[in-house]
Structure formats: C-alpha cells, structure tokens
Design a protein. Structure first.
Length: 467
C-alpha cells in the first residue's frame, strides 16, 4: 500500500482548478500516495440476510421490531450487493477509486459454535480477490455493528465473553484472508455500538442504561485489544487499526462553564475511546459526567486495550455547539442560519481540522490517520439519468481542504474514504437518507453515478497523469 508522504512535481492542467471539486493547486491531495477511496458496511449494502447459512444479527432483530427504523425498513435486501458485488467492484474501479473500505458480516462467516461457514467466507474471498485484481487497496472492518444474535442472546457486549468470541472470529478471518487484506480495522465506531446500542437504545440491541454503555464500551475495546495481536500473528504484512467516530464540540460562549461543557462533550465522544487506546486509561472526567457508571475492569485489561496501532481511522460528520446544563453536564445549542444536510447535521469542515490537530497535541503516540468516513446525506433524485448533488460536491471539497490544512499543520493523514460508495441502509433512518456518491434505485437496484463521483473520478484521472 502506498502511504509514505513524499510530494510530487506540480504539473496540473490549469482547467482542473475551474471545476467545483478539484482541490487547490497546493493541496496535499495531489500527492499520488494520498489514498482516496470509498467505504461501505456489510449490513448496509449486502442484503441476502438468510442466504448461504448466514445467521441473524442484532440488526435483523432490531429492524424487524416495529417503531425502531424509519418506515419499517430493514437490511433484508439493501443494495443486493451479495449478488451484485462484481458489478459494484467494476463501478468502484471504473471511478478510479484507489481504496475500498468494507466490512465482514460476522454472522455470515461463523456458526454459533465457532465453526467457519464456508459459503459466507467464499463470498469475501471472491470479493477481495477481485479488488486485488483491480489494484484497489482494501481496508476491512471486522465489526460494523452486525453482532450475531446468538451472542446478544447471551448478553452481547455486556458479556465479557463476547470479547473472547470476537478474538476467535478475528483469528478465523485473518487465517482465511491473510494476504488479501491491506489493512484490518477491528471495530467501527465503538461509541455508536456502546452508547447508541446500550446507552440510549437508538441502535441495536436497543438497550438504554448509562452503566450498560460504559460496560459495553469496555468489552468492545477489550475485544479490539485481544484481536490486534491475533491479526498481527496471522497476517503480519497488513496494517492493524480501529475506526472511531469523533465528535467536535464547540463552546457557545467564552464562559468557563460553556468551555467546560464543550470539553466534556469531547471527553464523552473522543477521549472515552482514544484515552484507553492511546494512554491505557479511561478519562476521569467521563465518570464525573456520568457518576456511578465505572465499568468492571480486570487487571491487565487496559494494557491489552492499549496494544500499539498501525493506524487510527477517524470518521467525521459534523460539530455540536454546547453550553453548560447548569449542573455537571452539557446541553446542545444548535447554531442558527448554518448549512445543514439531510440528516440535519451542520456542515462544519473546520471541526475535522481542529479535531486532527488537537489529537496530535493530546496523544504523543498518535498513529498515522486515515479518514475512514466523511460525507453527507442529501435527498438526491435522478433526472434524465443524472444526479446533480451540488451540496455534496462542495461538502467534499471543503472537508478535503480541512484535511489538507491538518496535514500542513503536521498531522500524518494518509488517506480519505468517502462515505459512502452508494446509497444504503442508514440504520434507524432506513433508506430515506442518501449518503452515496452513487445513487441506488431500490425498486430496480439500478446504480447511477452522481456528479460528485464523476468529479472525484476526474480528479483521480488527472492526478494519475502527473509525473
Ligand atoms: O452510515 C453510517 C455508518 O455506518 C457509520 N458511520 C456514520 C454513517 C452515517 O451515519
């Protein structure tokens, strides 16, 4: 995988600067070794939930529960990628995207007693082989939220044993797929699994208790820490890391109370995950914010969790503006008159730059970073065979400029994955929210390349021509 940070000579055509996406002339994005790709996740695109021996996941159960997902949508068919994967890889390659971040569905590849499910494994083997043939760098996430239901039935992430089952799963996958994966990520966004899944119940499995959230997080991080050495032993040539969603919190005023509110928000979103990973300790402030929620931590757990990483995947979408709640916590104060996406999320590229530069100051051992997700939802429609997603084009350009600023400030960012390659099942929001750079018509499964993807492809073609 090309990932050192050497510059190339500047021979861009002047017309490239005229389109609404192309990065500025002095942007680090022009470096050929800055990996530009797209991301997806198994439950959001695959469908085929009962095919070839796949077992139910917590998201099958959750989405089948009335009232949990908008319009009662489920991932049963999604983008039918399980059957259309060749066409999808061709599309990815046709766009010239250099990297693809996908996830493996744990319930597709492993039986309840831990035996491999050959048919499920073969699907990923064929997919990865085709990606390799096309020269696409692969980032594979082991856990993007589709926990096997049989594990949830035994307590899910509240049960310490799930962490050991995850290490067994990582062992199986890295033995089976060694040599065909460029980078392994253990978990996607443990904050969402722990907080949305067990803290407020907005995601599967739908439990809501603050104490559950911290214990689930501890077991998720333990699962990560147990898996890293297993991945290293089985597949030494690949990179090993983790992907986390990071929240930017800004203070609504200069008052000490509001500044503290913004700090606590970032503790709850970022330090909760990054401190144990990179400092081997949970942040104290977290338990001031949520008194009485300390998880049960056994001797040696924090050393296990702090296993050295080859990369950190950062997912970024928006910032949150905060004020003190008058007690020990924070409350959101949404700014008025700002640009928002279909999700209602504020468009705030500076937040990405500020997070990255802040992490560099906070963590002496910050590993190289990939932006493993960034993008936005819009209510895109196909008109005369085209999708003109102008808001997304500007969004991507501005966020890539923010990444460039962070690189220039000394942060080692090596790549960026668009979220998402195609419209897909957006969890509790079902199919209404469209994050793709490719439009999916769910009635026909027709894919239509959006204007944003055309412009990214154009940029990548131009970059390739540089000497
Ligand atoms: O669709 C999700 C993805 O699965 C995880 N990160 C955030 C995306 C947008 O909400």
């Amino acid at each position: 995988m090309a990932n050192d940070a050497s510059a190339v000579s500047d021979t861009r055509s002047p017309q490239s600067l005229a389109d609404p996406f192309t990065p500025a002339a002095d942007s680090s994005l022009w470096r050929k070794n800055f990996l530009l790709g797209a991301a997806t996740a198994s439950y959001q695109i695959e469908g085929a939930v009962a095919e070839d021996g796949r077992l139910p996941s917590i998201w099958d159960t959750f989405s089948a529960t009335p009232g949990k997902v908008l319009a009662g949508d489920t991932g049963a068919v999604a983008c039918d990628h399980y059957h259309r994967w060749q066409e999808d890889v061709d599309m990815l390659a046709g766009l010239g995207l250099e990297g693809y971040r996908l996830s493996i569905a744990w319930p597709r590849v492993m039986g309840a007693a831990g035996a491999p499910n050959r048919k499920g494994l073969d699907f990923y083997k064929r997919l990865l082989a085709r990606l390799k043939e096309k020269g696409i760098t692969t980032f594979v996430t082991l856990y993007h939220w589709d926990l096997p239901q049989h594990l949830e039935d035994r307590g899910g992430w509240l049960n310490r044993d799930t962490a050991y089952r995850f290490a067994d799963y990582a062992d199986l996958m890295s033995r089976e797929l060694a040599g065909s994966v460029d980078a392994w990520a253990t978990l996607n966004e443990p904050w969402c699994s722990a907080y949305l899944g067990y803290g407020n119940g907005h995601h599967a499995p739908g439990l809501a208790d603050g104490r559950f959230a911290t214990q689930a997080m501890h077991h998720l991080l333990l699962a990560h820490g147990l898996a890293v050495p297993v991945l290293r032993a089985n597949d030494p040539a690949s990179q090993k890391g983790i992907v986390a969603n990071m929240g930017r919190g800004t203070a609504n005023s200069d008052s000490a109370a509001d500044q503290r509110a913004a700090h606590l928000f970032e503790v709850q979103h970022n330090a909760w995950i990054l401190d144990p990973l990179l400092k081997g300790a949970y942040p104290r402030d977290l338990f001031e914010l949520w008194p009485g929620t300390e998880p049960l931590v056994l001797d040696g757990d924090l050393q296990t969790i702090a296993a050295p990483l080859d990369f950190l995947g950062v997912n970024y979408y928006f910032r949150t503006n905060l004020a003190s709640d008058g007690a020990h916590g924070f409350t959101e104060v949404p700014p008025e008159g700002v640009e928002r996406t279909q999700m209602g999320w504020e468009v705030h590229p500076d937040g990405l730059r500020d997070l990255l530069t802040g992490f560099r100051k906070t963590y002496a051992n910050l590993p190289p970073i990939y932006i493993t997700e960034n993008g936005m939802a819009s209510d895109d429609k196909v008109t005369d065979g085209h999708v003109d997603d102008t808001q997304r084009i500007a969004f991507l350009k501005r966020h890539l400029a923010a990444v460039d600023q962070a690189i220039k400030a000394g942060v080692d960012v090596r790549g960026y994955f668009l979220w998402s390659l195609m419209d897909n099942f957006e969890w509790a929001f079902g199919y209404e929210r469209r994050f793709g750079v490719v439009h999916v018509d769910y009635a026909t499964q027709k894919r239509t390349i959006k204007r944003s993807a055309e412009l990214v492809a154009k940029f990548l073609r131009e970059r390739k021509l540089l000497t």
